[in-house]
Design a protein around this ligand. Structure first.
Ligand code: SF4
Length: 63
């Protein structure tokens, strides 16, 4: 799923849990696994979590 960092911060991360096992939100650009969907310098440009590879919808957009 491609999202802006601001949107991603309201999606759950499958790896981050609180001390009482509740899911935490994505850290977006603060996480080493965050990948931008396109080159550029604007920090709020869309991206995705790199742990699952490149999103399928991004691959289809290139065709
Ligand atoms: S980029 Fe991926 S691993 Fe990093 S916080 Fe977000 S969902 Fe979790």
């Amino acid at each position: 799923m491609i999202a802006s960092p601001g949107e991603a911060k309201f999606k759950y991360c499958p790896f981050l849990m609180t001390h009482d096992d509740k899911m935490k939100f994505c850290q977006a650009t603060m996480c080493m696994m965050w990948r931008y969907a396109s080159p550029g310098t604007e920090e709020n440009r869309p991206g995705y979590c790199g742990l699952a590879g490149r999103p399928a919808d991004e691959e289809q957009e290139k065709r």
